[in-house]
Ligand binder design. Structure first.
Ligand code: XMP
Length: 511
């Protein structure tokens, strides 16, 4: 499969480069820069991108891999540090910038004949972020763009398709950055742009069939979320009923969620076992108020329940997981190349205990790509567009200890909120929403009676990835309707408040 290789020197923007290239329907992989020495150029590798870095090429211990077996053989684009590295390795000179250039700059000249800059304009805004500058280019390196401050904003090496650019085309502030990347990927690397969700589905199904033996059974934990559901559909397409989905009701799901999602899975023809384990979870949680203590109790119980169910599958050889690309590359350090996976993706010691191999069909996809693949596989909208929901569920939205009564109360309040968001067409404009049950009671009056009941806090946020978030500016009329409905319909709650904190410094969940 045609692809580009991105060698990661540790820039915060490396993932963004990959996303932009995937948006051009070209597959690409990120590897730590140390991978350069192992990189064997085959026909399907159409080009290599060298990322930026927080390091300086002037430091003795900065990343400095040998690129001689790559340069001149496939097109190469060095971005920021990558460009400086190319210049320095070729014998040029990189010095600390006299004027440190961060942020917006404008190209004051560009070589219109360069295929990299085709259709770009003088005055085009580009995003700079560097403390060093290329002072002198080696012989045979030609400047193809400049800004008023930076003479060498872009260069090309004569006789080969190797380019360096000082600015970051992957960020939206570089207004023609996408065009530059398109020029590189499509015109210079000659990629066919065939990386589409349908293509991914076909090639992944084929690969799964080739990897998983003809009699092997595969176990997958389903959560009702997008990732595990899409992984299930792919595996189902590849191996049919030899995929054994396990969907555990931990008693901390949303109102009616277990039944609705299980039904949706069955409607998709998936071989899924629903396990009602709520009493076990409540027993494990009894009396625990500390958030981390609750998370641990929930995690431990999940492993026990899941292990027990998994042992019932005869001939199980594989444990499938819905790991996605950010989980895989998040932990790649530029100084080592070990790839570790977030602990919550590993289901206890099950793989070792049952001698299971791991299969992760989504490990190369970003979240929005998972959704696109889900749409291509006709995953119902109710699962496809579902808000993120934490593994410990309502367990971390009930502040303090958990009882079945509190869960029932919160499920009802949360149900009112979520249903009204959907009815008003607001659900899709919000990244994540839910209700929190607070450990306080407050005085109210209903009819002639004084009440002393619980408080619910509503939380709704907008976000791109959950790392940062703003509180959603929901209309007052809407909030009034939610509040009235909760207080009127959910006996035991007499006060509703709306959380107007952003992340940071607050978090999305309250615990
Ligand atoms: P915070 O509260 O850290 O949440 O701003 C960011 C995102 O992570 C989810 N979250 C969790 N997910 N286990 C999970 O699987 C957890 O313990 C957990 N805590 C928070 C949260 O719902 C939000 O989407």
């Amino acid at each position: 499969m045609e692809r580009l290789i991105i060698l990661d020197f540790g820039s915060q923007y490396t993932q963004l480069i990959a996303r932009r290239i995937r948006e051009l329907h070209v597959f690409c992989e990120i590897h730590p820069y140390t991978y350069a020495s192992k990189l064997v150029l085959s026909d399907d590798i159409r080009g290599v991108i060298l990322s930026g870095s927080p390091c300086s090429v002037r430091d003795a211990d900065s990343p400095n891999p040998d690129l001689s077996h790559i340069l001149g053989r496939v097109p190469v684009l060095g971005v920021c540090y990558g460009a400086q590295l190319l210049a320095q390795q070729g014998g040029g000179e990189v010095t600390p910038a006299t004027i440190r250039e961060y942020g917006r700059a404008r190209l004051s000249s560009l070589d219109a004949a360069s295929p990299l800059l085709d259709e770009m304009h003088v005055d085009s805004q580009v995003w700079m972020s560097h403390g060093d500058t290329i002072q002198r280019l080696p012989a045979g390196y030609n400047i193809i763009a400049s800004t008023p401050e930076v003479a060498v904003a872009a260069f090309k090496i004569e006789g080969q398709e190797t380019y360096g650019i000082q600015f970051h085309p992957e960020v939206t502030h570089s207004t023609e950055g996408k065009l530059l990347l398109r020029n590189f990927v499509v015109d210079i690397c000659q990629c066919a742009q065939t990386w589409t969700p349908d293509h991914f589905v076909d090639s992944t199904v084929e690969a799964l069939q080739a990897t998983i033996g003809p009699d092997d059974q595969v176990i997958l934990g389903l959560s009702g979320g997008v990732d595990s559901s899409v992984a299930a559909l792919l595996l189902h397409r590849a191996i049919g009923p030899r995929l054994h989905g396990i969907f555990v009701d931990n008693g901390l799901l949303r109102q009616d969620e277990f039944a609705t999602v299980l039904k949706a899975y069955e409607g998709l023809g998936l071989n899924v076992t629903g396990v009602n384990a709520a009493p076990e979870f409540y027993a494990a949680l009894a009396g625990i108020s500390d958030p981390e203590g609750k998370r641990k109790a929930i995690g431990r119980t999940f492993i026990e329940v899941f292990d027990r169910e998994a042992q019932k599958v005869q001939g199980a050889r594989w444990l499938a997981q819905g790991t996605i690309y950010p989980d895989v590359i998040e932990s790649v350090s530029i100084h080592g190349s070990s790839v570790t996976i977030k602990s919550h993706h590993n289901v206890g010691g099950l793989p070792e205990k049952m001698n299971l191999k791991i299969v992760e069909p989504l490990r190369m996809l970003f979240k929005d790509e998972v959704r696109e693949v889900g749409a291509a596989l006709e995953l119902p909208a109710e699962i496809l567009n579902r808000h993120p929901f934490p593994g410990p569920g309502l367990g971390i939205r009930i502040l303090g200890d958990i009882t079945p009564e509190k869960v029932a109360l919160l499920q009802r309040a949360d149900g009112v909120f979520i249903n009204l968001l959907k009815e008003h067409g607001l659900y899709e404009h919000v990244w994540q929403a839910g209700a929190m049950l607070l450990p306080v009671q407050s005085v109210g009056v209903m009819g002639d009676e004084r009440t002393y009941e619980r408080v619910v806090a509503l939380r709704a946020v907008t976000s791109v990835d959950g790392m940062t978030a703003d509180w959603a500016h929901l209309p007052y009329d809407f909030l009034a309707e939610v509040s009235n409905k909760i207080i009127n319909q959910v006996r035991g709650i007499n006060r509703v408040v709306y959380d107007i904190s952003s992340k940071p410094p607050a978090t999305i969940e309250w615990e």
